[in-house]
Ligand binder design. Sequence first.
Ligand code: SAM
Length: 293
Amino acid sequence: MAELRLRPVEDPRKFVSRMQSVMGMSKAGKLIDALNRRAKAHEKGDSSCDELIYELKNADLLTSTTMTGATEGETLKSIFTWVCDNREYFGENILEVGCENGIITCFLARQFPEAKITAVDRCAPAIEVAKLLAQRLNVTNAEFICCELSELPRRKYDTLLSSRVAHENHALISSPAVKGVEAQAELFKGCFSEYASLLAEFIGEEGSLLSVERTGRTSLFAGWLYALEEAGLVPCEGGYAEINSRELGSPANFQALVLRHGAVSADALSSLGIVFEDKIDLSLKAWKSWMRT
Ligand SMILES: C[S@@+](CC[C@H](N)C(=O)[O-])C[C@H]1O[C@@H](n2cnc3c(N)ncnc32)[C@H](O)[C@@H]1O
């Protein structure tokens, strides 16, 4: 973090001025416009502008690391701590899906110098930035590939890290807007099924999946867990942690899981001690991209 000068920002106005100072007024204006458009679109259930943001953000190494540091610096710090707390699950062959600018990849490469890390992302500029970052940090045990995870040749890894990627890989399903955590969890399971089984294809028999997602302790999280369970991946004992962070001055909480292949067990969820706090108001427009009601 210090080496990359990842400096989190609390005040959103300071974020704008920091981006202006690295990108210039005109490019920063385009980026901020795109971020605002995305926020508005998300409220209406349209998640289609993400690609443009990733492209603008990853135009060059400095812009990319400055933006990640400002917005997600605290979160990454917490993810790094969680990785270290779970180092026994990191084997010789590590696959990271959705590596973006490679900051997490380079951290893994340094933490696990004996490991070989394969990092994939579908955003070409992000992969170029990731390669530059690895060069800058003298990382030699990571390979970066630009592709959709579904296009990556199948092989089994000891460890797969999927950090904040599942929400960009869900299916749109048709359903009435049901109420109640259990009923909603069944729906969200359907949204996540394909991504969960794709991940399972890359995990060796004794391997582990480490997942970090921002779902809240809601029916969305329950659905993600059910989809993973359906794909044959069950949480390890003690394999659930809350990652509490701040992004641009607001709380940002993530649900982190360590999972392994195992028999589907009815009490796998209850053994984690998770208290699901909220069902989701599916009638909000924000869920339009998840559910055709
Ligand atoms: C929110 S960023 C997360 C970056 C990083 N993993 C982290 O936690 O900071 C999601 C990244 O995943 C990539 N991505 C999403 N779905 C993907 C897929 N199916 N295959 C490859 N890359 C994907 C996006 O291009 C983006 O760079």
